[in-house]
Write a protein of this length. Structure first.
Length: 253
């Protein structure tokens, strides 16, 4: 059976020189399969909406799908953040679309960038950095009120404030780990069952039965993985909205 982890191996596609950045050290600018997959996902998002945004008398399936995805995130942002959701819709929708297309293209024999913790953790850090910037821009130093829940007896702040600070600091980690773990785990399981289909096929009648069962499992797991790919992009967008809402409506915290 082929190594199920081989599909996540980073490989250089285009060799580029290494540059030295002050404070960061040497950085290899070579294009890897992970970078190529992210570039591909970006181009697919732009290409999809360039086609879906074309106005037609009778909307086609592509336009209907594009409007459905946009409306889904629009309704999500407004339901969580209220009227402020419109201001941050471009950011949240870009995150959603980028993660969704990276997840989906990984289902079609293309490298899955979201199976790399470095990628998902960077996206999580982008969300939290945006939350911090928006929080300070809107509330100034009142941003730190986020770590002091209202309606709590003051002696409990000794216990609750460190917990609030730690939970805030680990948000990018949990965001990244959730997406990374689901995509990595799903692809590993698919690879293992696909290996069973081939490995059991040469073991006679009983092997054929096991191979058929493994093939059925692969089909079912593939359908489940498509659903997980969509849900993980949606959950990522939901949590981004929730974290932004915390600092947009700090007085109600």
């Amino acid at each position: 059976m082929a190594d199920p982890m081989h599909q996540f191996q980073i490989q250089k596609i285009v060799e580029l020189p290494t540059v030295t950045v002050p404070g960061l050290g040497a950085i290899d600018l070579s294009i890897t399969n992970s970078v190529a997959a992210m570039i591909s996902a970006s181009l697919l998002v732009m290409g999809f909406y360039a086609l879906a945004a074309r106005r037609a008398v009778v909307p086609g399936r592509l336009q209907a799908l594009g409007e459905m995805l946009y409306g889904l995130v629009d309704g999500l942002a407004e339901s969580i953040m209220g009227h402020d959701g419109k201001k941050f819709l471009p950011f949240v929708f870009t995150l959603f679309a980028f993660v969704l297309f990276m997840n989906m293209q990984g289902m079609f024999l293309v490298f899955t960038s979201t199976s790399q913790l470095a990628v998902t953790l960077t996206l999580g850090l982008m969300v939290i950095a945006t939350v911090v910037i928006v929080g300070f821009a809107k509330n100034g130093f009142k941003f730190f009120k986020l770590f002091f829940p209202s309606g709590v007896p003051w002696p409990l702040y000794i216990l609750l404030t460190p917990i609030e600070i730690i939970s805030f600091l680990i948000r990018p980690i949990t965001l990244g780990l959730r997406l990374f773990g689901n995509m990595l785990g799903g692809h590993v399981v698919l690879k293992i069952f696909a290996g069973f289909v081939i490995a059991l096929g040469g073991l006679g009648v009983l092997g054929w039965a096991g191979s058929a069962l493994a093939l059925t499992s692969v089909v079912a797991l593939t359908a489940l993985e498509f659903m997980v790919a969509f849900l993980q992009a949606f959950v990522f967008a939901v949590l981004a909205c929730v974290y932004l809402n915390d600092v947009l409506h700090l007085d109600s915290h």
